[in-house]
Write a protein of this length. Structure first.
Length: 118
């Protein structure tokens, strides 16, 4: 069973920065795509950033220019650098990995809380 463990969340003032780490229990090169999602209170979970096996990245519009997703295959880790944090970025951030075989297999971490104070 794939395990994803997030870390790096916390309380930060608006304009500050955080880096979230997601360590996988197996080689991240085995996944077709890895990404970060977030869920704010009372809202649906939304995709924030993805990094595909070939290295292509994608971001939701609200985080473009502020969030950067990257990975280290050697460390089986995916990172999310978050700069210029805003109060509306407050949410639980989840790491996700997808492996496509005959179906799409989704794996999730337990989440890490990011709280941004104004």
């Amino acid at each position: 069973q794939v395990q994803l463990v997030e870390s790096g969340g916390g309380l930060v003032q608006a304009g500050g920065s955080l880096r979230l780490d997601c360590v996988a229990s197996e080689s991240i090169s085995s996944f077709n795509v890895m990404g970060w999602y977030r869920q704010a209170p009372g809202k649906q979970r939304e995709a924030v950033a993805n990094i595909f096996a070939g290295g292509t990245t994608s971001y939701t519009d609200s985080v473009k220019g502020r969030f950067t997703i990257s990975r280290s295959n050697a460390k089986n880790t995916v990172y999310l650098q978050i700069d210029n944090l805003r109060p509306e970025d407050t949410a639980v951030y989840y790491c996700n990995a997808k492996r496509v075989t005959n179906t799409v297999n989704d794996y999730w971490g337990q989440g890490t809380q990011v709280t941004v104070s104004s």
